[in-house]
Design a binder for this molecule. Structure first.
Ligand code: NHW
Ligand code: EN5
Length: 384
């Protein structure tokens, strides 16, 4: 049978990319079908109300057991309910883009996909588009086409709002990435990461030597680094948007979105800033989010805790010093590892701060938008 992606407005892997960014197909809201796509017998569409504690717990059960694993199925992302609320209940979210599939008889949720609105600058255009994430099918329903059904139905619901483009990321190669980033990892808890097989001890070294090399200070290097406060939001938001606008593909936040995404939430997201002493404007910003992974089938450990670089804006302070403090903060929060991608200016600290090459990639994709391919340093968007 014809492959799903062959039927979609995305560039083929073999196709030559255009010199100028442009839509692949033009559509109108009036042409979009008003009714939901049919599901196989016994299944129904079900809107996931993330504010409902019980429904959120059911979604959490699906994702914690069936969402993304590494290549060797040793670890699986374990997004917490608080994290999912943070990621998906952004200002102006669309409730009907939190789309579930459940078994009619048992009411069990077996499929999910989400969309959230985002302002994305792509080359020279500012577009209000959708960001698609958390696509998941229950393990017992794999390879039966549930993925494409979820994608087509969320596409229809996004189109009904007059939006015809989307951005998404995946570890898998699909047609066709606009950029490909690589994961890097900074070890914090040496013993645990060795125990769970996240990393191996080099032939020519010892645990003691490894611990010495990976040692992170207890105290912050920047004495004036402090948790972001409400009063910082306007200047921090502007600082970040100006920084991101220099990248070829980048998100732009309004102040409501910025407040939602950057004000610290325990065990979800942390943002630190440096203020100018005289005018109290934010000059530097550092943020990271927390995401645990389940360790699959391990006798001693059931999970590990990771921090991920979210957005970093160096200005008066060198990025190496800011990110050293990110490591200090991650360590003090009990993280076992600090992760990042080689997007934005992260290449400037990755090697100095002993981040090591991961075995995973993250491909960035645009739906219904053809463009030249870009380098990961030209990406100004972190997807959760
Ligand atoms: S990437 C994480 C995706 N989730 C997981 O990997 C969780 C574990 N895996 C699963 O749950 C972040 C299943 O394997 C899924 C596929 C459900 C992934 N993206 O149903 P079938 C995101 O959430 C294609 C897109 O039989 P399955 C981003 C595959 O190439 N397509 O497979 C999501 C094949 O097509 P082909 C993917 O394993 C972005 C077809 O699915 C994919 O039972 C979504 C087979 O389907 C992936 N990650 O279910 C796109 N993985 O043509 C949004 C596989 O090769 C697009 N496939 O035959 C934009 C929409 C909005 C537009 C608005 C204008
Ligand atoms: C959409 N928003 O592959 C997200 N993780 O490197 C969905 N590897 O943790 C798409 N395989 O390299 C997400 N250790 C795609 C990523 C899926 C998860 C994934 C990779 C990223 C990962 C670890 C563990 C590998 C276990 C075996 C890894 C090496 C550590 C490193 C070695 C060198 C010295 C420093 C430490």
């Amino acid at each position: 049978s014809k492959k799903f992606w062959d039927s979609q407005p995305v560039q083929k892997l073999t196709e030559k990319r255009p010199e100028k960014a442009q839509a692949l197909i033009e559509q109108k809201v009036e042409e979009i079908r008003k009714k939901s796509l049919p599901l196989p017998e016994g299944f129904e569409w079900f809107l996931i109300d993330l504010k409902d504690e019980k429904i959120m717990d059911e979604l959490y059960q699906l994702l914690s057991g069936h969402y993304v694993e590494d290549n060797d199925s040793m670890f699986r992302f374990n997004y917490s309910p608080e994290f999912l609320r943070w990621a998906l209940l952004v200002p102006n979210y669309e409730p009907d883009w939190h789309l579930g599939v459940r078994v009619i008889e048992s009411k069990k949720i077996v499929g999910f996909i989400s969309g959230t609105p985002i302002n994305l600058k792509i080359f020279d255009k500012d577009m209000r588009i959708a960001e698609v994430n958390f696509l998941c099918a229950h393990k017992s329903l794999r390879s039966k086409g549930l993925g494409p059904i979820l994608i087509k139905e969320i596409t229809r619901r996004i189109n009904l709002k007059g939006i015809f483009q989307a951005v998404y990321t995946a570890g898998r190669l699909l047609p066709s990435p606009v950029a490909t980033a690589t994961y890097y990892h900074r070890i914090i808890n040496n013993e645990k990461l060795l125990d769970v097989g996240f990393t191996q001890l080099d032939e020519d070294t010892t645990l003691e030597k490894m611990k010495r090399l990976n040692k992170i200070p207890e105290k912050l290097a920047c004495s004036n680094l402090k948790k972001i406060e409400k009063a910082n939001i306007p200047s921090a938001c502007k600082l970040l948007n100006d920084y991101l606008a220099k990248k070829t593909i980048s998100v732009q936040f309004d102040e409501a979105e910025f407040e939602w995404l950057f004000v610290s939430r325990d065990n979800v997201v942390y943002t630190y800033v440096i203020e100018n002493e005289k005018n109290h404007q934010v000059t530097d910003l550092l943020s990271f989010y927390i995401l645990d992974s389940t360790v699959i089938n391990h006798p001693k450990h059931s999970s590990f805790k990771a921090a991920y670089a979210f957005y970093v804006v160096p200005n008066t302070i060198d990025i190496n010093i800011l990110m050293l403090d990110a490591l200090v903060l991650g360590q003090s929060l009990g993280c076992d590892v600090f992760n990042c991608l080689n997007i934005m200016d992260n290449d400037d600290f990755i090697h100095n701060l002993r981040f090591g090459l991961g075995d995973g990639h993250l491909h960035y994709y645009l739906y219904n938008w053809a463009s030249p391919e870009i380098l990961p340093k030209e990406i100004g968007l972190t997807m959760l």
